[in-house]
Write a protein that binds this ligand. Structure first.
Ligand code: GLV
Length: 327
């Protein structure tokens, strides 16, 4: 099993010589210039897609995302890979990812970005932005109810750096925040933290349910028909985690019969969302193309460079993925 941040002393590599870096990423050239500034003198090779023929690399360290299918077979010396995103479900699911490679993930500004996305869409609904626009187009003067986020109870599934940032912002508005984590330990800004055994008991109180959990065997399809029906009528679902956290048919049914008043969806089982998906035209669905928390080259380069320095110093790496847990 791979080391995790807490108590990873046994995983400490010895201090060592400069290690060549491979950046394998759609934005590899941008990362090259960002890393050259931060790690002068370190050899950096870049790849953007699949090379025409497999071509072995001498790099022991990889910074990457969305690697082509046979990528790891071309990296015989690889010891450490940092993903430029936070969710590593696709990476861990790869049969070619060698067991001995340490995987780290990036935190970026994903928490702040996602929190603004979530709060923005929730306020958009509470403020009746769409209704007033439509009424304006018709020349209609009509006042609608004006609840506050402080009147709402919102459940957050997954309280990692993203879920906690959402909780913090919502708590600042006075929202009652509930949350779900693996172990249910108390956390700031969260009134009650539930575990994977008792989380369904919070659902009847949740005016909105926000999904910010990693996709693992334990979380796949956890938002099933029973969970959706346990939410109050007119609840809002927001998915900024992974599409496969939700049973798609159950969600569509709950939208169509009005049990869910809206589903704000940034992530889908298949991305891009296929042209024939009913979600495109479902009035209660708000589809965005996986943009809640884009990776920003400079911030990720800072994180990676700091971790690289830790590697050279023989210190344990930050944000090591526990492969057994899946995040
Ligand atoms: C993107 O979804 C990520 O996991 O960073």
């Amino acid at each position: 099993m791979n080391p995790v941040d807490e108590g990873a002393a046994q995983a400490r590599p010895a201090a060592q010589e400069i290690e060549p870096i491979l950046v394998w990423h759609p934005k590899a050239e941008q990362y090259r210039s960002a890393l050259t500034q931060r790690l002068p003198g370190v050899p950096i090779e870049v790849r953007t897609g699949a090379p025409r023929a497999p071509s072995p690399s001498e790099a022991g360290v990889l910074l990457g995302w969305a690697l082509p299918p046979d990528a790891f077979a071309q990296l015989p010396r690889l010891r450490w890979m940092q993903a430029t995103g936070a969710g590593v479900d696709d990476l861990l699911a790869r049969a070619d990812l060698p067991a001995g490679v340490t995987v780290t993930r990036s935190l970026g500004r994903f928490g702040a970005q996602t929190a603004e996305y979530v709060v923005g869409y929730l306020l958009h609904q509470l403020l009746h932005v769409e209704d007033y626009r439509r009424n304006q187009d018709r020349g209609t003067w009509k006042q609608l109810p004006r609840p506050l986020l402080a009147d709402r109870t919102i459940g957050i599934v997954g309280l990692g750096s993203v879920g906690l940032a959402i909780a913090e912002r919502l708590a600042a508005f006075g929202t009652t925040v509930y949350g779900v984590t693996r172990r249910g330990r108390p956390l700031p800004h969260v009134r009650n933290v539930y575990t994977r055994d008792d989380w369904r008991s919070m659902l009847p109180e949740c005016d909105a349910l926000v999904l910010a959990a990693p996709l693992t065997d334990a979380t796949r399809r956890m938002i099933d028909d029973e969970a959706l029906r346990a939410l109050p009528d007119n609840a809002v679902l927001v998915n900024v985690g992974r599409g496969a956290l939700v049973e798609p048919e159950a969600m569509l049914d709950a939208l169509r019969d009005g049990h869910l008043s809206a589903a704000v969806l940034d992530v889908f089982e298949t991305e891009p969302l296929p042209p024939d998906s009913p979600l495109w035209t479902e009035p209660g669905a708000w589809v965005t193309p996986h943009v809640a928390a884009p990776s920003e080259v400079d911030g990720i380069a800072d994180e990676f460079a700091a971790n690289y320095q830790r590697l050279l110093n023989g210190e344990s790496l930050h944000n090591v993925v526990d492969r057994a847990q899946g995040y």
